[in-house]
Design a protein around this ligand. Structure first.
Ligand SMILES: NC(=O)c1ccc[n+]([C@@H]2O[C@H](COP(=O)([O-])OP(=O)(O)OC[C@H]3O[C@@H](n4cnc5c(N)ncnc54)[C@H](OP(=O)(O)O)[C@@H]3O)[C@@H](O)[C@H]2O)c1
Length: 296
């Protein structure tokens, strides 16, 4: 990995995240040029040494590395299409959230215009940028990841997931699926005890260490899923995992079962198919893609 903090970097998008990314580079002494559709959003960055470009063209042509942090795929095209001819020979690091297919489409579009493309997934909120617990997933052009890895490392811990430009986005969104369902579980539990007058704060203080402890089971479940044998002894069975009591208690508290009922349905489907004595991780079988995995 090269170390080059003299490389001029352009950051397109001065939203919450774009400002944090640009700020971390400015703090590292990197020459940074920023641009935003709505002027005046660079905030304190200008005073800290960033150059504020007044046009996208001015921003794009300021250096070899272009960081794109906009709202969505459509906004990336809206901003870059008019200056596509300026992209040749530059590297585009797009950390805008897109679907994997959109990321692959953007990589192909960039290649058509002579640009190298690295997609990024930021597993962090803006306040975390610059800390090691901010995970920066990347995939796509390995040369860009290598050349600018030290700069990207200013944002957090970089994890390059290979040449498929869609992989960073896929893993990012899969991780968010896990996070949002977990948060919904917290909201459900808080509603259950809230109906009995227990403040959410008190419930959160109990739930957080419990969830931290039980996530240790991910690795064990993963072993079973990857091995494909749900009959390995020592697993919690599907029948034992039945959520009827949770559903009943929810109804007693007047809490809708929208969050928990789908989990019970996944369990019940496996039990109905005759797998009740097998491991809880068999729920994965009801969710797995019927498509063959893409070749590595
Ligand atoms: N914030 C987070 O915690 C977080 C975490 C991980 C990933 N991300 C991703 O990072 C990206 C930026 O997030 P953010 O938090 O910075 O969002 P944000 O504060 O809402 O900022 C959105 C940015 O996109 C620009 N934009 C939107 N539509 C545009 C268009 N059609 N043309 C040009 N510019 C446009 C906005 O410009 P204007 O100022 O002109 O509206 C603004 O600079 C998103 O894809 C988000 O999913 C964010």
């Amino acid at each position: 990995m090269s170390t080059n903090h003299d490389t001029p970097v352009t950051v397109l998008g001065m939203g919450e995240m774009g400002r944090a990314l640009a700020g971390a580079l400015v703090d590292a002494g990197v020459p940074v040029t920023v641009w935003n559709r709505t002027p005046g959003r660079a905030g304190a960055l200008a005073g800290r040494g960033a150059s504020v470009a007044s046009t996208v063209r001015e921003a794009v042509t300021a250096g070899p590395l272009l960081v794109v942090c906009l709202l969505d795929e459509a906004s990336v095209h809206e901003v870059l299409d008019p200056v596509a001819a300026e992209l040749a020979g530059r590297a585009v690091v797009n950390v805008t959230t897109t679907s994997p297919a959109q990321a692959r489409g953007l990589a192909a579009w960039a290649a058509d215009h002579g640009a190298a493309y690295l997609d990024g997934g930021l597993m962090a909120v803006p306040e975390m940028i610059g800390r090691p617990d901010a995970l920066v997933l990347t995939s796509g052009d390995g040369g860009v990841a290598e050349r600018y890895g030290d700069l990207l490392g200013r944002w957090g811990t970089v994890d390059h997931l290979g040449d498929d430009p869609g992989m960073a986005s896929l893993v990012d969104l899969a991780m968010l699926a896990g996070m949002y369902v977990m948060f919904a579980g917290f909201f459900h539990g808080a509603a259950m005890v809230g109906a009995a007058g227990v403040p959410a704060r008190e419930f959160a203080a109990r739930l957080a260490p419990f969830l931290t402890a039980v996530t240790g089971a991910f690795a064990e479940y993963a072993e079973v899923i990857d091995g494909g044998d749900y009959t390995v002894p020592g697993q919690q069975s599907l029948e034992f995992s039945d959520l009827s009591d949770v559903l009943e208690a929810s109804r007693e508290q007047g809490v809708p079962t929208d969050v928990v009922a789908p989990v019970q349905a996944l369990l019940a489907a496996q039990v109905a198919a005759g797998h009740g004595s097998e491991g809880f991780a068999r729920v994965f079988e009801g969710l797995r893609s019927r498509r063959s995995p893409a070749p590595a």
